[in-house]
Design a protein around this ligand. Sequence first.
Ligand SMILES: Cc1ncc(COP(=O)(O)O)c(C=O)c1O
Length: 385
Amino acid sequence: MKCFCKKIYKILSQTIATSITCSCITYIFQLNWFWNEPDCALYYIRYMTIDFRSDTVTRPSPSMTDAIKNAQVGDDVFGEDPSINNLEAFAADMFGMESGLFCPSGTMSNQIAIKCHTQPAEEVICERQSHIYQYEGGGIAFNSGCQVKLIEGNRGRISAEQVAAAINPDDIHKAKSRLVSLENTANRGGGSCYEMNEILNIREVCEENGLSLHLDGARLFNAMVAKMQNPRDFGNLFDSISICLSKSLGAPVGSILLGKNDFIKKARRFRKIMGGGMRQSGIVGAAGLYALQHNIDRLAIDHEHARQIAGALSTKSFVENIYPVETNIIIFNVSASYSAKKLVEDFRKYNILTVAISGNQVRMVTHLDITADMVKTTCGVIDKL
Ligand SMILES: Cc1ncc(COP(=O)(O)O)c(C=O)c1O
């Protein structure tokens, strides 16, 4: 009997020991997962990353998430998604334009606009650094079969005189000039903004020469807040406008192309051809509407944060030239002895993320997930560098 009890005791104690060991191992694995999983709060406590790489890195706020949860949806390819229909109508009304089309990305809405405005072998006039030329994968040639006439602008902006000079004469040797595309704010110009007068003059040149005028307004709301301009002023001057919801405005996805009814009807067809027709897209459309209704005025805070960071940078001997900060983008040149790559690496040691946009230029972008404390921390780090 004694021997039997001893055996039972041994088996039980071994079982308990094994189960405790297993639990410990599971717990350690879970802890490790928590520690390294980017979606987990512990990850942020561990890393406290301050991400200035782009204003596209924002995550939906709790209120935006509620809007997403409560979204009424339907099949948008059938035109039956109420959230998308609301969003498109809201944006069109805001700009005083006839119609809107929700697209998955700013690239797609720009490319659809170019496709709608042009025929193959025609020419698109734009600034040398513009997104439609530099960062849309050669889409102008691929989607529209057009060539570009590049203008060397002033921090991403072109003038009416430059546009007039870039228009080809009516000569069979030359591509037919067909479209002018402006970018406001100009990303590679350091978030620079157009004066309304300049756009008016460009519009006149376009009208005199039978050209359409498109606006890549990925960050148009930043320009409007900085310059205290009205969306309808832009709606009056452009044949088409592309606005982004997923940049400064903090929505996870989306862009809206705006224009006349027949233009948007044609654009809807090209969106389908390009594979951009989505079904219950009201899930993300609701976030876009929330962004348009709540996140525009606060852009002034991002602009102030950008100015503070530029102020800190301006005291450093390795910073050679900072583009004037007009909105939420800071672009600066780093001295040859301290390359852009090295500065990005040094920032990274403090969990501050920035981007080297060339061998000697760094870009930092403020946005709605950058807090005043983060700006203070960043200025402190800059001080130490
Ligand atoms: C000026 C500009 N236009 C268009 C786009 C394209 O937007 P998306 O990334 O949604 O395609 C970007 C993206 O950063 C941009 O900066």
